[in-house]
Structure formats: C-alpha cells, structure tokens
Design a protein around this ligand. Sequence first.
Ligand SMILES: Cc1cc2nc3c(=O)[nH]c(=O)nc-3n(C[C@H](O)[C@H](O)[C@H](O)COP(=O)(O)OP(=O)(O)OC[C@H]3O[C@@H](n4cnc5c(N)ncnc54)[C@H](O)[C@@H]3O)c2cc1C
Length: 77
Amino acid sequence: MAFTANAGQEAYYPIENKQNRSLYEMYQKALQQWDNLYLCGRLAEYRYYNMDGAILRALELTQEILQKEKVCLAANV
Ligand SMILES: Cc1cc2nc3c(=O)[nH]c(=O)nc-3n(C[C@H](O)[C@H](O)[C@H](O)COP(=O)(O)OP(=O)(O)OC[C@H]3O[C@@H](n4cnc5c(N)ncnc54)[C@H](O)[C@@H]3O)c2cc1C
C-alpha cells in the first residue's frame, strides 16, 4: 500500500506490513471465542477493499452464514 498517514492525517487505508498483520492476527485470535461473530469489510478484516470487493465479500459471507444456519437447523430437527 502506497499511502501512509502522516501526523494529523486520517489513516484511511489499511497498511499491509508484518507489524500490522501480526497485530490484526492477535485481535482476530482474541475474537475467535465468539463463534457467531463475523468479521467483514475493510476495517474488520484490516484489508484493502474497493466498493465492489467489499460488496462481494459481504455477499460471500452472507452465503457462508446461511449455509451454516442450514446445517444448524438440520441438526436441530
Ligand atoms: C478516501 C477514499 C476513497 C475511496 N475511493 C474509492 C473509489 O473511488 N472506488 C471504490 O470502489 N472504492 C473506493 N474507496 C473504498 C471504499 O470506500 C471501501 O472499499 C468501502 O467503503 C469499504 O466498505 P466497508 O464496509 O468494508 O468499510 P466502511 O465503508 O469503512 O464501513 C465501516 C463502517 O463501520 C463503522 N464503524 C467503525 N468502527 C465501528 C465501531 N467500533 N462500531 C460500530 N461501527 C463502526 C464506520 O463508521 C463505517 O460506517 C475509497 C475509500 C477511501 C477511504
């Protein structure tokens, strides 16, 4: 990622580097205790998305959740 916010600037973009990735992975690991918490989007996944990518990711995750719900519903029958 080319953009790095300087002091006083808004950090609009996720900056992909080793330090930020390992910090993100630490948060992600801490959140794994909630199996009904889904991370989706630029901030939640700390990943660069354009609008089309963000929407595609939301649709894919919705599909995953619906599949999981189907499995849960089937297990409860
Ligand atoms: C300056 C700029 C220019 C861009 N130009 C383009 C472009 O020309 N074309 C293009 O395709 N894409 C562009 N993008 C990218 C596009 O804006 C993003 O891909 C898209 O908005 C990502 O959607 P998102 O839902 O992942 O995140 P966001 O749109 O950032 O949504 C995150 C939401 O979560 C909310 N939120 C944050 N923290 C919390 C919290 N703790 N609790 C509750 N809510 C919270 C925020 O208020 C926000 O509403 C641009 C982005 C920026 C910053």
